[in-house]
Design a protein around this ligand. Structure first.
Ligand SMILES: [Zn+2]
Length: 489
């Protein structure tokens, strides 16, 4: 528009050019706002971070030590936290005793299967900035170190692809960065600066990481508490920026082994447990998304490159497609999106491929929405309005248990088990087990009578029903529980 104006008037003076820019800026901000407020059902936008949390943090460990498996792993798993482990393939062995303090392949394979990331820290931990660029055939060159460390990790860790790199000694320069970008999706260096929410190219290959430096003396666990407080303050400030960062650690050992641990600034088990329990709290409060560096990398790139198309939308269902221009073999991480739904929706069922999710609608500044996790290019997404008033998974009520049907998905029949327990006032309970379709319409009554406490199994035959998602709900006394099942014909 500005260009056309310029052509028509030939030349314009500075004052009117300034006015035009102001008008354009106002116009754009109005358009930008109205796009979110007046969007129709199916219109969507990505949350900055997974689950709409405020900021993101990756916990990373370097060098592939045995103590990471023995000590860091159980602490992380205790709090359900995932971390990234940067290993040098040439230093990992097939069995113990290993090389010096390094671990074995089996250890890092086990952690990979638990959802931790195994990234590359080069083959031999050289000073990368002192090497020649070289090529993938010449040992001792930058490209050889980058390429073969990934190849060897991919060969051993088969349930995930190695996509991120940590520079040995955190040393890198522009040449190292650009060669790293040929092999990896992102790379971590060092430093206490916070990473931008949308890194540019250079920032993707010089991601910062906070390393905790423990002051001497370290005679008792209390001596390390000031470093815990400092780190917590730093993470709180990270949360307030809405950005992300990473934490860099090496070994994790029992406190009384600290003095015998020759590697950089080991964490004690006690200290790391304190940190993880605090991080878990921040995560549960929806303030901090804690994920591997690889998954945060995937999320940001997907969030910054997606587009979508609403294929169909009416008052009961929405069909849409979410796509990006990224490599689907790597970029298949669920992206959290707000999706606009009609104003009278309370619950929605989401289907994508064989994934089924139940969502609760809520109202925010943009109107009625659901928060959904969608895999870009992971297939068409269908949302259905649900009329039922509550959906809960794995309900264990006071006096009965409703189990998941088996088989599931099923065709055409499946079995539903439940247990009525003796706890409660009356021994005889009035029980009802009903099946509903996706719109909440009752399609079958399987039980409708008084039952004594005990285990029950009911067969449900759906021969006359179409493929789709169904719900079964058990009422017993004043309690009820509901579960979903999938009929695939
Ligand atoms: Zn290192």
């Amino acid at each position: 528009m500005l260009n056309q104006n310029n052509r028509n008037t030939g030349s314009i003076n500075h004052q009117s050019a300034f006015l035009l820019i102001i008008v354009a800026a106002v116009l754009f901000s109005v358009i930008d706002l109205s796009a979110q407020v007046t969007g129709g059902p199916g219109d969507l936008w990505a949350a900055k971070w997974k689950g709409d949390k405020k900021a993101a943090l990756a916990i990373t460990f370097d060098d592939g030590y045995l103590s990471q498996f023995e000590n860091a792993r159980p602490i992380l798993n205790q709090f359900g936290l995932k971390a990234s482990f940067y290993v040098m393939p040439d230093f990992l062995t097939d069995s113990l005793p290993g090389i010096w303090r390094y671990g074995t392949w089996a250890m890092f394979q086990a952690m990979s299967l638990e959802g931790h990331e195994i990234g590359s820290h080069s083959l031999t931990h050289p000073h990368m900035t002192e090497l020649e660029a070289g090529d993938t055939l010449t040992p001792g060159t930058i490209l050889y170190e980058l390429y073969f460390s990934k190849a060897k990790i991919d060969n051993r860790i088969t349930n995930q692809e190695c996509i991120t790199f940590a520079y040995p000694f955190a040393e890198h320069n522009r040449l190292v960065d650009s060669l790293t970008s040929l092999v990896y999706e992102s790379a971590r260096a060092n430093g206490d600066t916070i990473n931008p929410a949308s890194p540019g190219f250079e920032q993707w290959y010089s991601l910062s990481a906070m390393e905790v430096i423990f002051d001497e003396p370290r005679n008792s666990p209390e001596d390390d508490l000031d470093e815990l407080t400092e780190l917590q303050n730093w993470i709180d400030s990270l949360i307030s920026t809405g950005k992300w960062s990473t934490l860099l650690g090496h070994e994790v050992v029992p406190f009384d082994s600290i003095q015998n641990t020759p590697t950089r600034y080991p964490y004690s088990n006690e200290w790391f447990t304190g940190l993880c329990s605090w991080l878990k709290l921040k995560s549960d409060e929806q303030k901090l998304w804690i994920e591997t560096l690889g998954n945060i990398t995937k999320y940001i790139r997907e969030r910054d490159s997606y587009s979508y198309e609403v294929l169909a939308a009416d008052e009961n269902s929405i069909n849409l497609r979410l796509t990006d221009n990224l490599n689907d073999e790597i970029y298949n991480y669920p992206l959290t999106v707000f999706i606009k739904v009609p104003g009278n929706w309370n619950y929605a069922l989401l289907l994508q491929g064989d994934r089924v999710d139940t969502l609760t609608a809520f109202t925010n500044d943009s109107g009625r929405v659901v928060l959904a996790d969608i895999i870009p290019d992971g297939g068409e997404v269908s949302l259905y309005r649900m009329n039922i008033t509550s959906v809960e998974d794995d309900v264990i009520a006071n006096n009965f248990v409703l189990y998941q049907n088996y088989p599931n998905p099923f065709n055409p029949s499946t079995k539903i088990k439940f247990t009525i327990q003796t706890a409660g006032a009356s021994l005889l309970k009035f029980a009802q087990l009903k099946v509903y379709d996706i719109l909440g319409k009752e399609v079958a009554t399987l039980i409708n009578k008084q039952l004594t406490p005990g285990d029950y199994e009911v067969k449900f035959n759906a021969a006359g029903l179409p493929s789709g998602v169904y719900f079964y709900r058990l009422y017993a006394g004043e309690f009820s529980a509901i579960k979903k099942m999938l009929l695939l014909k």
